[in-house]
Design a protein around this ligand. Structure first.
Ligand code: ADP
Ligand code: MG
Length: 694
């Protein structure tokens, strides 16, 4: 009996070194990898459907005799084959075909076809079905459902299916180890691993296709549990590996902190104090802190970041703060300068669009250590940035910062001048609360702190949803607010990611508003403005010289103008709940009652309606995140679409969320030994480079 985890795919018939390279692109190196390369979906070719019984939109196999094959010249030239069986006649339509293909469809030939029937001009048609000629002796229909696998260039479905069949034969001889001790599995999950794989690669005729498509067959759930467990274990390993790395201990510099706090016009909230203490304890140890700081918009994370930064600076080291946008980087630079420069601390700014001379001088200040705090965008981590004794990296508003980036940052920080092999501490801040179960899985390598209290005196934001049909009334409302001496945002959203299209939409809206709103001072801010221009506009708005700021979602995070008490969000149905909640958090920062108008386009889908309703009902970011998870799924919340993070083969974080507590329970069990843990990780995450470094 061979161990398939160690048996190379080249041991299979028809796989040479060259084809093995193609398979490697699918992360298939061993026979076990092949067995864990699971089908995306299934086709039912086990039954032949009478032509008269075909349904539109359903895949089916039909068999019949060719009555005619003609090239027709309609809007597009196409080949139409008329196929007849005892029950009826149907057309097969080909837009691309060769002379050889046409001659195959000779009158009287018997064909078996597989495809999806669709409504055409003259009743149901099959477009480009797969066909095979049936001789006197018809081949038997398969006894199992036909799997459809993820492919890459150079591998066909047929070839992959053939290989999997060979692998299954080996599996039957017992070559895949059952790594999970049975007693750790819940009763309903005690499906033998080999049987689950066998079932999923070739479900028997009559298997429940709907159940398989939904991913809830017990065989799928058994594998999903194991996959989620493997991911979870790999993050735990990552955490363990960080704790074996040395970081500079940063004890509190009490005089400096006292001085800082004494200059603040307010006292820390209880939650801020608690979180600061958690961070201080991490920083005092000689191990890199890996901490996620969650706090709703306006909870006061920046101040906590400043106190953490003081620990690094007070110990004579350098601290970097990374923001997701230039607007936010500049706002941080302003805040940190105002707070820290009076204490004799020098702050540098590095963004992508600094002028060459400015950039050179900032780079020099960073490299020499003259700048003790460095604020910037992603530009901070370009190779030419050389830090000087970097001890702490603070990442703002970046829950979309995946494991891979966390690792990269660790490496970069170490490479760019932390003393010796010491690695910098990391603090990742986010205003997008992550539901607990998700956080425990997706961020199992991080410690978590939560600021669960807003600074005193905040007014709740009154949120209403108004249809775009009543746009005039909304504009009147803006006029009224401005007449009362207040300021407002008008946020334009677009589905397109393109900044220039977004900017264009905002420009159009700004000029439309300017025509209607007499006497209102309107300014425009979007991602296409030059940084100094953006800063000028934001400063004017902060200073109260602008009444209405028309903006794209660039103002989403962090911007802080307490006198702004009204926000209009156009087409809110296009954005996620978490993003809307963040946007809305730009108002309600002062002591005046604030309002948010969701100006939606009609008609609104049912899901769209439910989401706006959730936003009106809840003011707590955590409740909204739970709703977002329910309505949209974890990919959106974690931003995995962007980072390519967490690509599961079979598990689906939302569908299988109920498995997560089991996963955590099993991972914590002492009867799962180190060896089993490593084998599980290797089985599910093999060849995934992001974990190789861990
Ligand atoms: P966020 O958590 O969204 O980043 P900020 O750090 O921008 O929030 O803080 C929002 C506002 O609250 C800022 O104007 C900040 O100065 C103010 N603030 C922070 N902490 C306190 C506090 N303890 N008491 C009063 N105001 C505070
Ligand atoms: Mg912030």
């Amino acid at each position: 009996m061979s161990n398939l985890a160690e048996l190379s795919v080249t041991a299979l018939k028809g796989v040479g070194d060259k084809f093995a390279e193609v398979l490697a692109k699918l992360h298939i190196a061993t026979v076990q990898d092949l067995l864990f390369h699971l089908p995306l979906r299934y086709q039912d070719r086990t039954r032949i459907t009478p032509i008269a019984a075909l349904l539109p939109g359903v895949d089916a196999v039909i068999e019949g005799e060719v009555r005619a094959a003609d090239v027709v010249f309609g809007r597009r030239r196409s080949l139409i084959v008329r196929l007849q069986d005892g029950s009826g006649t149907i057309s097969l339509r080909y837009f691309h075909f060769t002379a050889a293909q046409k001659s195959r469809f000779a009158r009287g030939a018997r064909l078996r076809c597989y495809g999806e029937a669709r409504r055409g001009a003259a009743g149901l048609e099959l477009y480009h079905p797969e066909t095979e000629l049936v001789d006197t002796e018809a081949p038997a229909t398969p006894e199992t459902l036909t799997p459809v696998y993820p492919l890459t260039e150079g591998v066909s479905q047929a070839r992959l299916r053939g290989l999997v069949q060979q692998a299954l034969a080996l599996l039957n001889e017992g070559g895949v180890s059952e790594l999970l001790p049975t007693e750790l599995l819940p009763q309903s999950m005690r499906y033998p691993l080999g049987a689950a794989l066998q079932y999923l690669h070739s479900p028997p005729a009559g298997a429940d296709l709907a159940q398989l498509a939904a991913g809830v067959h017990p065989a799928q759930q058994r594998l999903a549990l194991e996959e989620l467990l493997a991911h979870h274990l790999s993050l735990l390993e990552l955490r363990k590996s960080s704790s074996a790395i040395a970081a500079p201990p940063l004890p509190a510099n009490e005089a400096l902190e006292r001085d800082f706090l004494a200059r603040l016009p307010f006292a820390l909230t209880g939650a801020q104090q608690r979180v600061c203490a958690e961070i201080a304890a991490d920083l005092a140890r000689g191990r890199p802190m890996m901490r996620l700081l969650q706090g709703d918009v306006g909870a006061g994370k920046t101040l906590v970041a400043a106190l953490a930064a003081l620990k690094g600076i007070g110990a004579g080291a350098q601290v970097a703060v990374m923001a997701p946008t230039e607007i936010l980087a500049e706002q941080h630079r302003r805040n940190f300068s105002a707070w820290l420069e009076p204490l004799g601390i020098s702050v540098a700014l590095l963004t992508g669009s600094l002028k060459a001379a400015e950039r050179r001088s900032q780079l020099a200040a960073v490299a020499s250590g003259a700048a003790q705090l460095v604020v910037g965008t992603h530009a901070l981590f370009q190779p030419e940035v050389v830090f000087h004794n970097l001890a702490l990296v603070i990442i703002d508003e970046q829950h979309r910062f995946g494991v891979r980036q966390r690792l990269e940052l660790r490496e970069k920080g170490a490479a760019s001048g932390a003393t010796g092999r010491l690695q910098p501490h990391q603090l990742i801040m986010t205003a997008t609360p992550i539901p607990r179960t998700l956080a425990m899985s997706a961020f199992a390598d991080l410690d978590c702190s939560v600021i669960d209290e807003l600074p005193p005196g905040r007014q709740p934001i009154n949120t209403v949803a108004i249809s775009n049909d009543r746009r005039d009334q909304v504009m009147e409302r803006v006029q009224g607010a401005v007449a009362d001496g207040r300021q407002a945002y008008w946020v334009c959203t677009l589905i397109e990611e393109s900044e220039s299209l977004q900017a264009q939409a905002a420009e159009t809206t700004a000029s439309e508003l300017a025509k209607v709103l007499q006497g209102v001072r309107i300014a425009l801010v979007h991602g296409r403005l030059k940084p100094d221009e953006k800063e000028r506009v934001m400063n004017a708005f902060k200073a109260g010289d602008v009444d209405l700021l028309v903006a794209t979602t660039v103002i989403e995070v962090g911007v802080d103008v307490p006198n702004a008490s009204l926000m209009i969000i156009e087409n809110p149905e296009r954005l996620g709940l978490a993003q809307l909640h963040q946007l809305r958090g730009r108002v309600g920062r002062g002591s005046i009652a604030s309002h948010c108008v969701l100006l939606y386009g009609t008609p609104l889908s049912q899901n769209g309606r439910a989401r706006l309703q959730a936003l009106r009902q809840h003011s707590d970011g955590f409740a909204i995140a739970e709703e977002d998870l329910r309505l949209r799924g974890p990919g959106e919340i974690l931003g995995t679409r962007q980072t390519g993070e967490i690509q599961h083969r079979i598990a689906d974080l939302q569908r299988d969320a109920q498995l997560l507590p089991q996963v955590q329970r099993i991972a914590a069990s002492p009867s799962l030994g180190a060896d089993l843990r490593h084998q599980l990780i290797a089985r599910w995450l093999q060849n995934k480079p992001r974990f190789a470094e861990a």
